[in-house]
Every structure is written in structure tokens, then in C-alpha cells.
Design a binder for this molecule. Structure first.
Ligand SMILES: [Zn+2]
Length: 69
């Protein structure tokens, strides 16, 4: 049974992912709140480089935290 709990924990952790801009790698990217995307995947806008698109990098927050220099 403890095995099952471990799996659930792992799944929960996976949900804690952030999105990053595929062009500049910035985390300053957010979903567009436009009305046009109601039937489509969300459109993302990067405030760093102005990228706009549906393709984003998914990054693990824990990976980011461990990547500090
Ligand atoms: Zn960008």
C-alpha cells in the first residue's frame, strides 16, 4: 500500500511544473487571456522577448531550484 502512496506523491509532484519560453528560456511567460483561445490550446506570451505561441517548455520547479548557481 505504501507503494501506491509513493506513486500518488510522484504524480502530485509532477503537477508542480512551470512553463518557460522556448525562445529565451524566461519564466516570465503567461497564458494569454484572449477570448480567441476558447477552443484551442492556450496561447502563451513571453514578456521578455515577446514570443507568442502555443509551444512552451515545461520545466520542473524542483529542477529549477536545484539549478541555482
Ligand atoms: Zn521569451
Amino acid at each position: 500500500m505504501s507503494r501506491f502512496i509513493e506513486v500518488v506523491k510522484a504524480l502530485r509532484r509532477r503537477r508542480e511544473s512551470a512553463v518557460a519560453c522556448p525562445r529565451c528560456g524566461s519564466l516570465a511567460i503567461r497564458k494569454s487571456s484572449g477570448m480567441d483561445g476558447w477552443m484551442l490550446p492556450p496561447l502563451y506570451l513571453c514578456s521578455e522577448c515577446g514570443y507568442a505561441g502555443r509551444l512552451v517548455l515545461e520545466v520542473d520547479r524542483e529542477t529549477l531550484a536545484g539549478d541555482r548557481k
